[in-house]
Design a protein around this ligand. Structure first.
Ligand code: BGC
Length: 737
């Protein structure tokens, strides 16, 4: 058998047997690439020099943040020339919601409740990234988040473990495909685990979770991603119950490997291994290296100082068993072999350009933005706009802001092909309709905490410094007065959510409320288009706007989608992936709370505000109107059931409904949430059309992790199922125990 015919495991073992200790220690290092030492400036130049030395000595396993085909080829060539055993570099990158074609942010696309769309979007992202030589994405981000102050809520699936698990698996399938061929990349679910539950919603702060909550809420999306075949996983920065996640053996070995059987490789979040010292967990960099490797960390991602640069000495000094290092190296080599890098380490630079320019990718981005939008309010059926509308005033600081359409974590965008909301509305307007535009007020800028800005994230910031506030507001009001409808585009700049973008309030930043007030005072009907990565405080805005459409940061074709949604070429059909709080003081807020001893007081937990959400989880209107009727439940073996309903579009417009199935048990071995999402289907119905929708509930769906037994259990008790349009669905039936 030739060497190429052997399994990746066998080939990896054969390579390992020939590797020196230094070569092994190089394989477990990943460097940030800030360009060549000649190109890089300031402190980055020193970083670049380190990387160049590692490349010249063939002692590095992986680089991140290289994003041009010419660069991946050049670096790979340089490295292979120096690598004694010709072990290719693995290039990783944050391909979070698109590479060149930008899709809606993960929270947005979770709102599509459309896993096939999510899979297709990430398949496009993978194709584009792989074309330039990227082999691996630091995605999907699957952290459940129940506190909208946390900026990274924008990167994940929202509050619900079931929705989170479905979206996690869909993304892994999209990134990796069925084989890791040259159209696909490795997927790395992150950040393991519990990161979304940081104290006070403050990024990086500690997380304290009971096992009960960890297993029932935070781990299911990770498990789903692993079961879908994810070949990598990234650790989290913060301590979980006192033990930093990157030195947490319980997480990285007991749960991940022993319970779940994961055999891919684990990467640290940036500098998370050396930061075991900063956490006050390890006494020295050497100790950090030993703790991380013993916990189960394979590859260390770093800028600056490293823990794993001390591994060779730790082995020599007998502080760590070399077999553990061997195991980590094997896992990394296997990934490179599975990807076919030894056979094809380079990419075709011309072909890459063609892939990045594919029109079909942009079309999918438009569809994704359309299907992610959530209609929150539509008084007197103001939307879709009718032919009676002859003049539209598109107003607001985000109306013509291409960079803000894209959201955080984009690096290779082309703003010239990004369609802004203003442009999209104008393009979709029927002939003869006048579309005016004024920003009204400036968008406040936020300071960036990182020394180099968001490293490598292309800012392209629109500069509001010279904006004439008084004249700007007056102009917007004047246009609103002349218009038949005022469309206000408000919300958050692209960098107001994301990493280190936690927020102590959910208010509309700057003078945006003032603009809304002034425009509403003209008496012209108001459509509020919201661009944001998190729910904002809409208590007052909701009384001023006749219609509210949550557009999120919709990506390259956000504006086109907005235009088509507004003029009714398509109907909004997305649903909220979180409970939308009324007020920041309510967070964390979830629909799946337990009953407590006082269920009847559930809506009155505060004396100064109701404790219900402004809009419930799963909520979203359509231009169609849907009736869900005829619920039947047929018990199946093993406590499961087949649940079906009839859905009828009783409205005058075609549209989509996301039919949602919730289950709850009123007794059992734990006091369980009042209800939990256990199924959903997004269907399209023409006016008057109806469809029977069926869900299968099996034992897995009905199980929960029981803290006393430290295991998953299915209580043999009666349950209630609810089926309907959101988490407050009233149509219910019983499954006998
Ligand atoms: C983030 C990760 C990201 C990494 C590399 C970290 O700061 O937490 O999510 O993948 O940087 O960019």
């Amino acid at each position: 058998m030739s060497i190429e015919d052997q399994s990746p495991k066998a080939r990896a073992r054969a390579l390992l047997a020939q590797m020196s200790l230094d070569e092994k220690c190089g394989q477990v290092r990943q460097y940030f690439c800030f360009g060549t030492a000649a190109e890089a400036v300031g402190p980055l130049a020193a970083e670049a020099r380190k990387m160049e030395i590692a490349l010249a000595t063939g002692t590095v396993g992986s680089l991140l943040f290289v994003s041009k085909a010419s660069q991946t080829n050049a670096l790979q060539r340089q490295h292979l020339e120096a690598s004694r055993l010709k072990i290719p570099l693995l290039f990783g990158f944050d391909v979070i919601h698109g590479f060149r074609t930008i899709f809606p942010t993960p929270i947005a696309i979770a709102a599509s409740f459309d896993p096939a769309l999510v899979e297709a979007s990430q398949a496009v992202a993978a194709r584009e990234a792989r074309a330039v030589g990227i082999h691996w994405t630091f995605a999907p981000m699957v952290d459940i988040c129940r506190d909208a102050r946390w900026g990274r809520i924008v990167e994940g699936p929202g509050e619900d473990p079931f929705l989170g698990a479905v979206m996690a698996a869909a993304q892994v399938r999209g990134f990796q495909g069925t084989t890791l061929d040259d159209q696909h990349v490795l997927a790395g679910p992150k950040h393991f685990a519990g990161y979304g539950a940081s104290l006070g919603g403050r990024d990086y702060d500690e997380v304290n979770l009971s096992d009960y909550e960890l297993h029932n809420v935070y781990l299911p999306p990770f498990k789903a991603a692993i079961d879908a075949g994810a070949r990598n996983l990234m650790t989290a920065y913060m301590p979980l119950n006192g033990v930093p996640a990157t030195g947490n053996r319980h997480l990285l070995t007991t749960i991940l490997r022993e319970h779940w059987g994961f055999d891919g490789f684990v990467v640290s979040d940036a500098n998370a291994a050396i930061n075991l010292v900063a956490h006050g967990f390890s006494a020295s960099p050497v100790e950090a290296a030993v703790s991380a490797l013993e916990a189960g960390l394979d590859l260390e991602m770093t800028t600056g100082t490293s823990a794993y640069e001390h591994l060779a000495q730790a082995v020599v000094d007998g502080l760590i068993d070399e077999a553990l290092l061997d195991q980590a190296v094997l896992r990394i080599l296997e990934a490179k072999l599975e990807l076919g890098l030894f056979e094809a380490p380079f990419v075709d630079e011309e072909a890459a350009e063609a892939v990045l320019a594919t029109p079909a990718h942009r079309d999918l981005a438009r569809t994704a933005a359309e299907r992610s939008a959530v209609l929150l309010r539509n008084e007197d059926a103001l939307l879709p706009l009718t032919p009676a509308i002859r003049r539209v005033a598109v107003l607001g600081p985000l109306a013509d802001a291409p960079r803000d359409c894209l959201g955080p974590w984009v690096f290779e965008q082309d703003l010239s092909e990004t369609v802004t909301i203003r442009a999209g509305i104008a393009a979709a307007a029927p002939a003869g309709v006048t579309v005016d535009y004024a920003p009204g007020v400036a968008m406040p800028m936020r300071q960036h905490p990182w020394p180099f800005g968001r490293m490598h994230e292309r800012d392209d910031r629109s500069d509001w410094a010279d904006f004439d506030e008084a004249a700007g507001l007056a102009r917007a009001v004047e246009l609103a007065r002349q218009a038949d409808v005022a469309v206000l585009v408000l919300g958050e700049r692209y960098d107001m959510s994301g990493e280190i973008a936690s927020c102590s309030t959910l208010d509309l930043a700057g003078r945006q409320m003032e603009l809304l007030d002034a425009v509403a005072a003209t008496g012209t009907p108001v459509v509020l288009l919201l661009m944001s990565g998190r729910p904002l405080d809409l208590r007052r805005a909701g009384t001023l706007a006749d219609a509210i459409l949550q557009l999120w940061h919709g990506g390259t074709r956000a504006g086109e989608a907005a235009g088509r949604l507004l003029w009714g070429a398509v109907s909004p059909g997305g649903k909220l992936p979180f409970s939308w709080p009324r007020h920041v003081g309510q967070v964390p807020l979830i629909y799946g709370h337990t009953r407590s001893h006082s269920p009847e007081g559930q809506t009155r937990r505060y004396w100064d505000e109701t404790s219900t959400p402004l809009y419930p989880f799963g909520f979203g209107l359509s231009y169609g109107a849907f009736a869900v009727t005829d619920l039947t439940v047929i018990p199946t073996a093993g406590a499961g059931a087949e649940v079906s309903v009839t859905v009828t579009n009783t409205g005058i417009h075609a549209g989509d409904e996301v039919v949602q199935l919730y289950v709850g048990q009123a007794s059992g071995s734990s006091a369980r949430p009042v209800r939990e999402l256990k199924g959903f289907q997004r269907i399209h119905l023409a006016p008057g059309a109806r469809q029977r929708v069926t869900f299968q509930l099996d034992a897995t769906a009905l199980s929960h992790w029981n803290d006393a037994r430290k295991d998953w259990v299915v209580d043999r008790v009666a349950r209630t199922v609810w089926v309907g349009s959101d988490s407050q669905a009233g149509l219910s039936a019983r499954i006998p125990g």
